[in-house]
Design a protein around this ligand. Structure first.
Ligand code: PLP
Length: 404
């Protein structure tokens, strides 16, 4: 009998966050082991519940949410996103420029599918949130990774970006605050990126899903707020700030010289129509989430749970010989470096598997974020301080004797 194969479109598509290491964790759990899972930025299972008022709004509107809605989203949700644009100084946004999706994930894939032809290139940070790379490959484009510099707070290396722009480059992805590094980019750097975009007619894709998860009083500037003459697609949603990842609700905002992108926008509208609409009940959470009490602010200040967990995990990891990580300014992750003099790692997926099998701690290896080197891993600091202490102690024990 002939073998049934996946499509050629998927051959270069890779998404390791839920890859083989996670499958092994599942197998261990099925066998009855307790696995400490520090691998996914999913706040609710760690007790970071969504604000009660947004849950209640979904329940309250459930009976109104039985039918399909406009393929770009319900009015109240898009209106709320429009007001959010005013707060973030993103100008000239109408309801028509806003698309509600089943999470940012769906909109990322839509934005890439709508734009890229074979051989088109997309600049993506390394390390990245790997869905961006996967979505570019799936769309027939070529992901081209630009360097983010660990020795400079993981900021994008502007010279590297410049060198990698070719006649095929269509756009640049900027993840700010960044997953996996926790970096937050200053306005001066954003302006330099915009200058390159302007010079080479690139579209800017700004993934700002962590824009309100900021530590130590840091402030976030939306890329789209800094340029009216560069086409920007800005992405955000309920999954992180509002801890409602399971609602699958996000939005995309098109700003800048939209008249030059009429055809692309027509493509986006068609893709939005083809999936009829995003999950309607969850859209009723958006207005309350954006306009209501911003409970995330309590979690990210000293004494707040997320802040304290970040501080503790950062301190404990840096105390292990040969282990270091840049302190995150935002998001939910620590991107940890293993000094090759102490721990030469040739295969970081094997490293993650060995750690899982020996100590039952699940992290994601750096190469899962399209990083070339094998000396990094990502750890999520959503678990409680007790669990984080236990997991990091196990990592320290594991490293004491680990050799590859
Ligand atoms: N963008 C970034 C940078 C993320 O970290 C994530 C999820 O971890 C997403 C997008 C996907 O978000 P959503 O749950 O809205 O699909």
């Amino acid at each position: 009998m002939s073998v049934i194969r996946k499509s050629n479109k998927l051959i270069n598509v890779c998404y390791d966050i839920r890859g083989p290491v996670m499958q092994e964790a599942k197998r261990l759990e099925d066998e009855g082991h307790r696995v400490l899972k520090l691998n996914i930025g999913n706040p609710a299972p760690w007790g970071f519940n969504a604000p009660e008022e947004i849950v209640q709004d979904v329940i309250h509107n459930l009976s109104e949410a039985q039918g399909y809605c406009d393929s770009k989203g319900v009015f109240s949700a898009r209106k709320a996103v429009m007001h959010e644009c005013q707060r973030k100084s993103i100008r000239n946004i109408t309801l028509d420029d806003i698309y509600i999706g089943n999470g940012v994930s769906e909109l990322i894939v839509m934005a890439m599918q709508g734009l890229l032809n074979d051989n088109d290139e997309m600049l993506i940070p390394a390390p990245d949130y790997p869905l961006w790379t996967a979505a570019v490959s799936l769309s027939g484009g070529t992901p081209v990774h630009y360097r983010c510099d660990e020795h400079n707070e993981w900021f994008p290396d502007i010279d590297d970006i410049r060198e990698k722009i070719t006649e095929h480059t269509r756009g640049i992805v900027v993840i700010n605050p960044n997953n996996p590094t926790g970096a937050l980019y200053p306005e001066s750097l954003l302006l330099q990126i915009l200058e390159l975009a302007r010079e080479h007619s690139l579209i800017v894709f700004a993934d700002e899903i962590y824009d309100k998860i900021l530590f130590n009083g840091a402030e976030h500037t939306s890329l789209a707020a800094l340029a009216d003459d560069v086409l920007c697609l800005t992405f955000n949603g309920l999954s992180k700030t509002y801890r409602a990842a399971g609602f699958r609700s996000g939005w995309m905002i098109v700003s800048g010289p939209k008249h030059r992108a009429r055809d692309y926008i027509e493509g986006l509208d068609m893709l939005a129509s083809m999936r009829l609409c995003a999950n309607v009940p969850a859209q009723y959470a958006i207005q309350t989430a954006l306009g209501g009490y911003q409970s995330i602010n309590e979690l990210i200040i000293p004494g707040g749970r997320l802040y304290e967990q970040m501080e503790l995990a950062h301190r404990l990891l840096n105390a292990i010989p040969g282990v270091s990580c840049v302190k995150p300014k935002g998001a939910l992750y620590l991107f940890v470096k293993l000094d090759p003099e102490f721990y030469p790692i040739h295969n970081d997926e094997k490293f993650a598997l060995d750690l899982l099998q020996q100590q039952k701690v699940l992290i994601v290896q750096g190469s899962g974020f399209n990083l070339q080197d094998t000396q990094h891993f990502r750890l999520v600091f959503l678990p409680s301080v007790d669990l984080l202490s236990e997991a990091i102690e196990r990592i320290a024990i594991f490293l004491k004797t680990y050799e590859q």
